[in-house]
Design a protein around this ligand. Structure first.
Ligand SMILES: *Cc1c(COP(=O)(O)O)cnc(C)c1O
Length: 389
């Protein structure tokens, strides 16, 4: 054998290495022992391995653990949370179909509904997330899917998922839930009536702001096959490296989210008393819209909440935010670094106008000590005028 060949064909098969972590397997090609098994590889498409685009051992391990956490039967890992949303929409909707979407849906998902689905002949109606019974009159004979996101992006409205699911199912519609705020640790939509759960693993599961990944989880076998087929048509596959990072994140999800929950509550309560703050939007606060439903349906709160400041000149608020030292300015949430994201819900509301006068800032609390975070806020917010000019 020549060196060139020897470099490629390793025959060394030592004893199995029993590391505690899931081995990182990088591959495109999957090999087969016989011609027959190779020619019949399509039969392995849903459960086995045929080509790494359609599944590999690291994704499978991640999918298995997330399926157990969500109380489902199958999970499909895809390249992003947004890809998970698009996959759920495209697998359940056809030309001529209609979907109901909450007015408070994640912004890029609204853009998909407004800018992409119409070209496929799929119509979206946005609905008031706080009026579960209002869904009834919007359900038409072409409605195939009701989307739920609870709490709503930025403004944190808690939706009555069991009530919405009952109305949708009575009309033969599927229900999909974006569970990114809570993760399956704190909220199990499949047990509350949902058929499909999507989650951005880029947030809590990844947990370190260094990966982009999403999942779709279902309890129904037929639905799983439709989703898996659609993922194949779209060429959606998740990279082994990202799945490996998500698996690592999963192992510390519990203590991270619990610490973030407790720090966020401490900060939210402190902010609620601050003279520059008009309102804190946090599902675990008794004054919050849908707090009773949150108590009933969730097992806790994550470190993500929003604050409406009293009206001040934009420049003053921007100056205060830029004066923060521990909080960094950026989108996303669920990482170990605390983040602030000034946001304006007004242009992305078509059913329930956003009428708050002051600016909204979303906070994602990380793993810094809460006392240091409060000191940082105290110093930076001290520059804000507290009386309305
Ligand atoms: C971030 C986010 C997504 C999208 O996740 P990506 O992985 O960033 O594409 C979807 N839904 C919600 C509610 C999110 O916050």
């Amino acid at each position: 054998m020549h060196d060139e060949t020897r470099l490629i064909h390793s025959s060394a098969q030592g004893p199995a290495f029993a590391g505690l972590s899931t081995p990182l397997v990088r591959a495109s090609t999957v090999t087969f022992p016989t011609v027959d098994s190779f020619l019949r590889r399509q039969e392995q498409f849903y459960e086995g391995f045929t080509y790494a685009l359609y599944g590999h051992p690291v994704a499978r391990e991640l999918e298995t653990r997330l399926t157990a956490l969500a109380g489902g039967r199958h999970t499909i890992a895809v390249p992003s949370g947004l890809a998970a949303i698009t996959l759920a929409l495209l697998a359940t909707l056809r030309q001529g179909d209609h979907v109901l979407v909450p007015d408070t849906v994640y912004g890029p998902a609204r853009t998909v509904c407004v800018g992409f689905l119409p070209g496929l002949g799929i119509e979206t109606t946005f609905y008031d997330p706080l009026k579960a019974e209002g869904v009834q009159e919007l359900l038409g004979h072409r409605t195939k899917l009701v989307w739920v996101e609870t709490p709503g992006s930025l403004t944190m409205e808690i939706q009555d998922l069991p009530a919405i699911a009952a109305l949708a199912h009575a009309r033969g519609c599927l229900v999909a839930v974006d569970n990114s705020w809570a993760s399956s640790l704190l909220h199990k939509p499949l047990q509350l009536g949902a058929d499909i759960v999507v989650e951005a693993l880029s947030k809590h599961v990844g947990g370190h702001s260094d990966l982009i990944l999403g999942t779709v989880t279902v309890a129904d076998e037929t639905l799983f096959r439709r989703l898996k087929d659609t993922a194949r048509f779209l060429g959606y596959g998740a990279s082994p490296d990202d799945c490996w990072l998500a698996l690592r994140g999963l192992e510390s999800l519990g203590p991270r989210v619990r610490q973030q929950e407790s720090s966020a509550l401490e900060l939210a309560r402190w902010l609620a008393e601050h003279p520059a703050v008009a309102q804190v939007l946090h599902p675990a606060m008794a004054t919050h819209q849908g707090h009773d439903i949150w108590l009933r349906d969730f097992q806790g709160s994550s470190g993500v909440f929003s604050v409406i400041f009293r009206p001040v000149p934009d420049a003053a608020l921007h100056h205060a935010i830029e004066g923060l030292e521990l909080f960094r300015l950026g989108a996303s949430f669920g990482g170990v670094h605390s983040l602030v994201a000034p946001s304006n819900p007004r242009p992305s509301r078509s059913v329930v106008p956003w009428t708050a006068e002051g600016s909204l800032v979303r906070f994602s609390i990380g793993l810094e000590h809460p006392a240091d975070l409060i000191a940082d806020l105290d110093r930076a917010l001290g520059s804000l005028p507290t009386a309305v000019a």
